[in-house]
Ligand binder design. Structure first.
Ligand SMILES: *[C@@H]1O[C@H](CO)[C@@H](O)[C@H](O)[C@H]1NC(C)=O
Ligand SMILES: *[C@@H]1O[C@H](CO)[C@@H](O)[C@H](O)[C@H]1NC(C)=O
Length: 283
């Protein structure tokens, strides 16, 4: 890991952590502002580590990876992830999994399976820009909707999401933002940015058209039946699942993870709404 370098850049911690190494000079466009990404996170940002540690994982089977890559890469989606679209926007190659020991190592690497690492540690290593995502609106998660089906309409919002889980996500994100503000005061020389995944994603679920996700926001493209096509006995990639013809018309890929099309939309929202990217453009 390039921890000896003086300026490691942007980090996503908790659910989707990565960080991007800042360029030593300040060139004009977003394309040259950051030179590498280092990522700390889970399956929402894992570009292949889990699969390298467990070759029997369903992430190693089609239809995972059927879009864009045309083969399973270990990503938990039909195609690219948010982090891939951010890398593309920054002009950085897609992140190789760190367990893969790729030649592209110096362009950044994905430590997703390593889990959340303390922000302080990363700052200690020289990170200068940290991008820390909140959580998605979990009340709109297909898996939760399938597991906690209710006859009481009052439990759902106008998008069909479960209010109590969305409330919990908002609560989590509020605490996270308070903690980030505290850390920002403690570390004034580091830029700590909150990645608003909740508001990036919530717009996708709003009727009537779900932003072109015509099959609706809540039903999974790939799954084994049931009202939301999420069946824990027949998960995507395992046994009796089916996969939709056009994943780009769905938000939910496998009930837990989103489609490439949804991740692309969210990445664009983050690139347009996060000060670190906006300010980078105007340099
Ligand atoms: C590897 O993946 C398979 C399939 O998902 C799972 O059943 C198994 O428990 C995993 N093994 C480990 C060591 O995590
Ligand atoms: C869930 O999957 C199991 C195993 O394939 C199947 O027997 C069951 O009918 C499925 N449930 C629904 C609601 O489709």
């Amino acid at each position: 890991m390039a921890s000896s370098s003086s300026a490691l850049g942007l980090i996503l911690l908790l659910s989707l952590p990565f960080f991007i190494k800042a360029a030593t000079t300040a060139p004009p466009s977003l394309q040259h502002r950051f030179t590498s990404i280092f990522s700390f996170g889970d399956s929402y940002t894992d570009t292949g580590n889990l699969l390298l540690t467990n070759h029997t994982s369903r992430l190693g089977r089609l239809p995972y990876g059927e879009t864009n890559f045309h083969r399973p890469t270990g990503r938990a989606s039909n195609g690219r992830l948010i982090i891939d679209f951010i890398a593309e926007a920054l002009g950085i190659p897609l992140l190789p999994p760190y367990l893969g020991q790729s030649k592209e190592f110096n362009k950044g690497v994905n430590f997703a399976v390593a889990g959340a690492t303390a922000l302080d540690t990363l700052i200690g290593y020289g990170a200068v820009t940290l991008f820390v995502p909140g959580v998605f609106p979990s009340g709109c998660s297909t898996a939760y909707l399938g597991l906690y089906i209710s006859n009481n309409k009052g439990e759902y919002d106008s998008s069909g999401c479960l209010n109590r889980f969305n409330d919990f996500s908002k609560y989590h994100n509020n605490l996270l933002q308070k903690e980030l503000q505290r850390l920002q005061v403690l570390h004034p020389h580091v830029t700590i940015i909150y990645g608003d995944y909740y508001n990036a994603a919530i717009g996708l679920y709003q009727p009537p058209n779900n932003l072109g996700f015509s099959k609706g926001g809540l039903r999974a493209c790939c799954g084994g039946g049931g009202p939301y096509n999420y069946n824990t006995s027949a998960l995507c990639g395992i046994q009796a699942f089916t996969v939709c013809e056009d994943p780009s018309s769905y938000i939910s890929w496998d009930g837990v993870h989103l489609t490439e099309a949804a991740y692309k939309w969210i990445a664009n929202y983050l690139l347009q709404h996060s000060s670190v990217f906006i300010n980078s453009r105007s340099h």
